[in-house]
Design a binder for this molecule. Sequence first.
Ligand code: SAH
Ligand code: SF4
Ligand code: F3S
Length: 477
Amino acid sequence: MSEHNPKHVYIHTIGCQMNVYDSGQLMAILKAEGFCETRDIGEADLIIVNTCAIREKAVQKMASFIGRFSGLKQKKPGARIVVAGCVAQQQGRRLLERFPHVDVVVGTHAFRRLPLLLEEREARGESLVDISMTENIEKTDSEILLKHHQTDVSEFVTIMRGCDNFCTYCVVPYVRGPEISRSPADILSEIADLVESGMKEVTLLGQNVNSYGMKEGLCTFAELLERVHAIDGLERIRFVTSHPKDLSPELIEAFVSLEKLCPHIHLPVQSGSDRILKKMNRRYTVAAYLDKVYRLRQAVPEIALTTDIIAGFPGETEQDFNQTLELIQEVEYESLFAFEYSDRPDAPARRFKNKVDAVEKNRRLRKLFALQASITQKKQRAMVGRTLDVLVEGVSKMQKKQGRAVNNGSTELCGRTGGNRIVNFSFGTDCDLDIRALKGQIIRVRIEKAFSNSLWGVPVNMASPSRQIKGGYVHVA
Ligand code: SAH
Ligand code: SF4
Ligand code: F3S
C-alpha cells in the first residue's frame, strides 16, 4: 500500500472487554500493514464491526450498524466492510446472505489473518468467510502490536480465551471455543512492554480467570497475579471475570498480600435461587456463594463487590425472583449489571419450558435496578467526606462535552478509585497546571458530592498544584 495514500480504517466495537482487546489487536495489525486509524466513519475506506452474540439486542445493534452502509459502495466503490467477532463466528456465511454488501466475515480465532483475507477478497473479486478455529492464540508478534498500540493509563490484557463452563443460557463457549490460557511468559512480557510505554493499570481478562492455567498445568491464577504484581512501574491490577465456583482461598489471600491488587471483585451470581442456579448449570449454591462473599469481606472489609443478574430465566417464578432480591439486599453490591434473559440459538436453555413473558421480564429487570439504585445511593453517600486514592485517567466526560464551561472555566479531570468508583475533580480557575502531567498519577481526592454513577471531589493539598507537585505532594501509592 502506498505510504502517501494510506487507507483509513474505522473499527466499531460491540460487546465485552474481550472484544475491546481484540479490536485493539486488529487495529495494531492493520496499522502494521500501512492502514491509518480514523475516528470519522465518513473518511473510512475499511469499516469493521466487531460483534457480540450474548443477547439478541447486541445482534440487533450489529444489524442496524451494517444496514447503514448498504448504499456505501455506490458512493465509494473501493470501500470495504468487515464483520468480525462473535456473531461472525456464529453466523458465518449466513451474514453474507443477509448483508450482501459485506466483504469479509472473520471469526473470533481467525481475525489476525484479516490483512490476507482482504487481499484475497480483491484477488477473487467476491466476498469471503473465515471462521476456522485453528489459529494459535500465542502467535502474536508483540513488537508489532506494541509499536502500533495506543497506550493509555489503563489497558486490558487477555490472559485466556474461550470457556468450558457451558452455563445453559450462554453462547460464549460456542462462539469463542474451548478455554485456552496464554503462557505466563507471554502475558508478563506484554504487560511489561505496556508499562514501559506509560501504562499504569492492567485489567486481566478471561471468562473465568479463576481457572487460569489449570487445564494446561501452567501456574494458578493467584501465582500469575503475584508475578504481574512484581512488574516495576505497574501501579494497579484488576481482573474480570471470576466464576464463583472457582474462587480459591489463595485468590482471597492475594487481595490481602498484593497491595497493587485493587479491592474490587466482579462476582456474577446470576440468580438468588438454588433451583434456577441448577438449571443454569452454574455449579454453586446461594449458601456457597454467600460463604465466599463472607470470606472476601473478612479478608478485605472494604472490598467492592459487583455482579451480573439474569431476570426471567426460563421457569423463574415470583418466589425465585424474590430470592434474588433478598440476595442483593443481603450482599449490598456496589453496583450490578442486570439483563433480561435472551434465548440464544446455540444455548440449551432455548429449549427449556415455562418461558417468562417479555413484559414480566422487563418488570423484574426494573425492580432489580430500583433496588440496586437505593443501595448504590447509600454506598455513594457514605463516600462523602472521605479522602480516596484516585488514578487520574484524563479530562472528565462533562469537560469533554462542554469544554471550559464546566465549573466556571476550571479544568475537570476524572479517575477511578481502587474500588472502581469514578471520581471527577477540578482545580481552581487560576491553576496553571499541565493536566497531562497528572495523567497516570495516583492523587488523593477529598469527596464532597455523590451522584449515582460518580463522585465529585477536591484534590487534597493541591490548591496550586503546579508548584506542589514539584514539592512532592502527589501521592503515588
Ligand atoms: N464469563 C462471565 C460472563 C460473560 S457474559 C461469567 O461467567 O460471569 C456477561 C453476562 O451476560 C453474564 O454474566 C450474564 O449475566 C449475561 N448473559 C449471558 N448470556 C445471557 C443470555 N442468554 N441472556 C441474558 N443475559 C445473558
Ligand atoms: Fe458464559 Fe458461563 Fe462461560 Fe461465563 S462461565 S462465559 S456465563 S458459559
Ligand atoms: Fe459478547 Fe463475545 Fe464478549 S458474545 S460478551 S463479545 S465474548
